[in-house]
Design a protein around this ligand. Sequence first.
Ligand code: AMP
Ligand code: MG
Length: 394
Amino acid sequence: MKPVDRHLADILAAVRPLTPFEVELEAALGAVLAEDVASPVPLPPFDNSAMDGYAVRAGDVAAAPVTLPVIGDVAAGDGRLLAIGPGLVTRIMTGAPLPAGADAVVPVEWTDGGTVHVRIDRPAALGNAIRRAGEDVNAGDVVLREGTRIGAAQLGILAGVGRRRVRVRPRPRVVVLSTGAELAEPGTPLGPGRIWESNSFMLAAAVREAGGEGFRAGAVTDDPKEFLDMLEAQLLRADAVITSGGVSMGAYEPVKEALGPLGTVAFEKVAMQPGMPQGFGTVGPDSVPIFTLPGNPVSSFVSFVLFVKPALRKMQGLPAGPQATVRATTAASLRSPSGRRSYLRAVLDGGTVAPVRGQGSHQLAALAAANALIVVPEDVTELPEGAEVEVISL
Ligand code: AMP
Ligand code: MG
């Protein structure tokens, strides 16, 4: 059997970062920056007031309480070149440019709020309530680096440095295609021998959680021709394809039967549990990467975490490798087959991890109750309660 690490290495060697392109800011959420972004101006661009109050010379209010004449108002957006002389003040609003000559702002709360004369009750230190030009960003500073995922705050600073468009790697578009004659669409009645189709919902959601765009192509039966037709129709919009089911050792394995003869997809046994039958390769004229995952829901989920998630990171231009693990103490004894790396569904709570009841690869409810996978190495078959284990946090 092929080691898990080698299977991942083969996949990562084959997938390429998506080609960057420019998008409008509104379309950039969730994408990964493909350029360093610098600010063309200092931020703030000019000295301005942090509060509503009065622009003063600190020396004039050192002996407060004092009463001083108010020579005008400066509002946010005021573009005039203003100055105050000794002994004079202006009213000033938050974000308004500081008049020349002023070196402190007295908050309105420290005054009687006067508009012709103002009584100032407290002295203000030099620079009080002033936001200096460039104290957030200097002109030319890089505010975001290539490889940064664009969230709400990152969109904020992109706009804040005046960008309208930005170069990104797009969110990979991933089509999820389920196979199985037994599958019924959720919301429709279950006939005899049928189960509700769950993998395409789960995997499309996992793609979204991993930064891609997941599309459900829906389910096809176990007819290889039907599978190939569906695949061909879906390839147009796909940067990658995930299939579930139809890759094991039985009869009626449409994915294997349809893709095997192409020779571009390798079907292999990977030394892991759950999820031994795996396939990876490329399809179509554009050599779109395809992950053919086993159909058991827990197997397909674990396979996604181990193999597809890192591949999606690479496609987005992010550092990609094996899932990070943390160390924890197991709250129960563990068993694992010899020669295969186990990923036991578990609940991680602080430094303790407890396997959930129901470790079968069909036991989706148990997976839904878990928040972690305990990794048991290939050469370990038993671990006592209290043993140190590696854990993938989900
Ligand atoms: P297969 O890999 O096609 O042999 O399927 C293995 C097991 O997973 C069978 O019990 C299937 O019924 C089940 N299964 C396959 N595909 C799905 C799916 N999309 N949703 C839920 N269960 C599935
Ligand atoms: Mg099947």
